[in-house]
Design a protein. Structure first.
Ligand SMILES: C[S@@+](CC[C@H](N)C(=O)[O-])C[C@H]1O[C@@H](n2cnc3c(N)ncnc32)[C@H](O)[C@@H]1O
Length: 257
């Protein structure tokens, strides 16, 4: 993706030389600006800045949000699944160790990390540059305590683009599974792990054309997540719809083979 915005890259307070080097390198890579932490201005805090932390993960902060990488709910999902073998996502994607997954809406990457533990590879697509960079640097540098997370994080590739720009260029049957989890039309604001990303996220809706591309490029499954009252269910027909009445979150499944 081309980067028309000039971002500010800096470090946490009292940085070491490696942090400064990394912030400077990132600023060059993304054709943006490096600024010494002591010279950060109020306007930088307002517009947004990327902060290279001591562990080399990258935090994004602006006037509305502060986003840092964390494996988040993937840990709970993993523990639940390991004890009960019950998880709608893992079931609906029909996860196998050979499978490849295209996650079109990677967000904070929690589901990408969770899926990666059960498949060969996950390719994540994220349109928001701050989210993309925080997750990319998080997956590469976060000090994962659990062995499964260390391994899973290495199986994820990330692309910063809008899936609407790239779907048409992907060949037929390129991935076993195409997964899409757009921002809900009627979100559950209460304590959602997604509250932190609401200001930065992209709110695209799946068009008929997007849907047809998803079916074309998937070998086995297309899985789309939405809340019960989202318009997705009126727009498209699925082979299966599973989910929990309690949470109101459902997974629509197209079975290709
Ligand atoms: C509900 S969140 C996904 C959460 C994710 N499953 C997780 O585990 O963290 C939706 C994400 O998709 C991104 N998104 C929405 N429309 C997109 C598009 N057309 N292309 C790429 N990313 C998109 C949003 O910016 C947001 O980060």
């Amino acid at each position: 993706m081309t980067h028309s915005i000039k971002w500010i890259f800096t470090t946490s307070h009292k940085p070491n030389k490696e942090q400064i080097d990394k912030a400077y390198k990132l600023s060059k890579e993304y054709k943006s600006k490096y600024r010494n932490r002591r010279h950060i201005r109020d306007i930088d805090k307002e517009n947004g800045m990327f902060i290279v932390e001591r562990d080399f993960t990258v935090k994004f902060a602006d006037k509305n949000s502060e986003i840092f990488y964390h494996p988040s709910i993937s840990k709970i999902r993993y523990n639940n699944y390991e004890s009960s073998e019950n998880d709608y996502l893992i079931k609906t994607i029909d996860a196998t160790p050979e499978a490849t997954v295209l996650d079109l809406t990677m967000g904070l990457g929690s589901e990408a990390l969770f899926m990666a533990n059960y498949v060969k590879e996950v390719t994540g697509v994220e349109a928001s540059f701050p989210l993309y960079l925080v997750v990319k640097e998080g997956l590469n540098n976060y000090n994962f305590k659990q062995e499964w997370m260390k391994k899973a994080s290495k199986k994820i590739k990330i692309i910063n683009d809008n899936y609407k720009n790239i779907l048409m260029n992907i060949e037929d049957n390129s991935y076993d599974v195409v997964y899409c989890d757009p921002m809900f039309e009627n979100p559950q604001m209460k304590s959602s792990p997604l509250n932190s990303i609401r200001q930065l996220a992209v709110y695209d809706k799946i068009s008929q054309e997007d849907f047809e591309h998803m079916v074309r490029i998937a070998k086995k499954r297309v899985v789309i997540k939405a809340r019960e009252n989202d318009s997705l269910w009126d727009k498209f027909t699925f082979d299966e719809k599973v989910g929990s009445k309690n949470s109101g979150v459902y997974f629509g499944v197209i079975k290709i083979k």
